[in-house]
Design a protein around this ligand. Structure first.
Ligand code: BEZ
Ligand code: FE
Length: 298
């Protein structure tokens, strides 16, 4: 175990604090932990120097951090929601998934993902109870970055009911309504029957909601359908296909909307919709996200 080296002089002014604190962390054994915490302290102190919070404002900030923890439980992850509304989740997503190999861009997993969706055959409907909204057929192919179709790829799909709630937020919906797991055919094609999604507000009764109200922001997410697309030998794609107005895309409260994953919904004569979208996977090792919450949404 390393023994901390003592700084030579005590802190006498504001300017001394950052180097003094960094010196105290010098002996961190884990190189990555050292890199991350050194950067965190450097930038956090720079933020404090720039914003110059009063003591009352600091107290308020600590109260917000505590209430983020208190609002988190098995059915709600407020820390993730707060990172989402500050744009941090999307920044992390783009740092780790830059789309530079021609693969489909990723988007946030979101808090409403449940594993273990029912297995579906191509062309099955994921509407499992009376659900508002026009019929929508989502179809296309899963291909690799060289353009070859991927047979047997898995598409785990889920969306909110057009009344604004996911099935695990709403006791009025059937278990796994608007969720399903599909497998591509030999030619890489898939087909999913659902309903045209609508935009919905994120939960507003917690600290994230307080900040959104204080900032006069919309709480809305643009209409979207979530996908996790995976295949052996490919990096798993966590994404969303969007379909909404330009204004709704621009004002996504969690900054997830991107042009490359905006779907083109076509209205047919019978009033139903189709959307064709090809997912492109890049080579890599499949991995599967943990559902962000354990229980019913709380
Ligand atoms: C969602 O798309 O389900 C979602 C993403 C981030 C925050 C809230 C909801
Ligand atoms: Fe969503």
């Amino acid at each position: 175990m390393n023994i901390q080296t003592k700084p030579k002089t005590l802190i006498t002014s504001e300017a001394d604090v950052t180097p003094f604190v960094l010196a105290a962390m010098e002996n961190t054994d884990n190189a990555r932990l050292k890199e991350i915490v050194t950067s965190l302290v450097t930038h956090l102190h720079a933020f404090v120097r720039e914003a110059r919070p009063t003591e009352e404002e600091f107290e308020q900030g600590m109260h917000i951090l505590n209430s983020i923890g208190q609002a988190t439980n098995d059915g709600h992850n407020e820390a993730v929601l707060y990172a989402d509304i500050l744009g941090v989740s999307t920044l992390i997503d783009l740092i780790n998934n830059d789309g530079m190999q021609g693969e489909t861009m990723s988007a946030l997993l979101g808090p409403f993902y449940r594993g273990e969706a029912p297995e579906c055959a191509s062309g099955d409907s994921i509407v499992r109870c009376e659900t508002p909204g026009d019929r929508l057929v989502l179809k296309g192919r899963v291909v690799s970055t060289d353009g070859s179709p991927i047979a047997g790829a898995t598409l785990d799909v889920w969306q909110a009911s057009p009344d604004g709630l996911y099935e695990n937020q709403d006791p009025g919906q059937a278990d796994h309504n608007l969720r399903g797991k599909f497998t591509t055919r030999e030619d890489g094609t898939y087909e999913i029957v659902s309903v045209k999604p609508a935009g919905y507000p994120i939960p507003m009764d917690t600290p994230a909601g307080d900040l959104i109200r204080a900032q006069n922001r919309t709480p809305m997410r643009p209409a979207h359908v979530h996908f996790i697309v995976s295949a052996p030998g490919c990096k798993t794609l966590v994404t969303q296909i969007f379909s909404d107005t330009e204004e709704a895309l621009l004002n996504d409260v969690v900054f997830g909307a991107k042009r490359q994953i905006a779907g083109d919904l076509v209205r047919l004569e019978d009033g139903s919709y189709t959307c064709e979208y090809d997912f492109v996977l890049k080579p890599g090792v499949p991995s599967f996200p943990e559902p962000p919450i354990k229980g019913k949404v709380g």
